[in-house]
Design a protein around this ligand. Structure first.
Ligand code: GAR
Length: 194
């Protein structure tokens, strides 16, 4: 499946997806990395991996939907079949989510349904949770609400800060996302044609 990865920053999850997608037999092939920020470090990483990297700065558009229409055009032009959000920090409108429904997945640094939104690690520590983790899920209109495809868990340690916990979770994100993306591709392929 022709894959696009949407990022906003450093793109370490994107890098793991690009590595997986370059393996023979992997069910997705990276065609585009798209960022809403020209400064995203992940764009250079993608170029070094010989994958097209494109910035569409959201600030250049007067509203959310015209920004998303520009992204949608870029995705359609390249025949994209599945989109993986990897640290893409813009909330998507119902229009965009509806257009890509069933072909749009996200990685989130919590054990959903716990802690949708921001500051997930600080919230897990403040709540006294004994474990934390990450989830890959289908994207639906509600923020971080879609069905979970896969999760990974880590312990929360006594002296953890949000930063130390984020580091431990990120190691699991890097292992989880390539497998979960492959599973999402398989689920799409198994769906009856509409
Ligand atoms: C990752 O931890 C990802 O789970 C999180 O942003 C980080 C991006 O890191 N995503 C969200 O918080 C989405 N709501 P990366 O750019 O190095 O992959």
């Amino acid at each position: 499946m022709r894959l696009a990865i949407l990022i906003s920053g450093r793109g370490t999850n994107m890098e793991r997806l690009l590595e997986a997608a370059s393996e023979p037999g992997y069910p997705a092939e990276a065609r585009l990395v798209l960022s809403n920020k020209t400064s995203a470090a992940g764009l250079d990483t993608a170029r070094r991996a010989d994958v097209e990297a494109l910035a569409i700065p959201h600030r250049d558009f007067e509203d959310r939907e015209s920004f998303e229409r520009a992204m949608d055009r870029a995705l359609q032009e390249r025949g994209i079949e599945i989109i993986a959000l990897a640290g893409f920090m813009r909330v998507l409108t119902p229009w965009f989510v509806g257009r890509w429904s069933g072909r749009l997945i996200n990685i989130h640094p919590s054990l959903l349904p716990k802690y949708p939104g921001l500051d997930t690690h600080a919230r897990a520590i403040a709540a006294g949770d004994e474990e934390a983790g990450c989830s890959v899920h289908w994207v639906t209109e509600g923020v971080d609400e879609g069905d979970v495809i896969a999760q990974a868990r880590v312990p929360v340690l006594k002296d953890d800060t949000a930063e130390s916990l984020a580091e431990r979770v990120l190691i699991e994100e890097h292992k989880l996302y390539p497998d979960a993306l492959a599973e999402a591709c398989r689920q799409i392929t198994r769906r009856p044609a509409s």
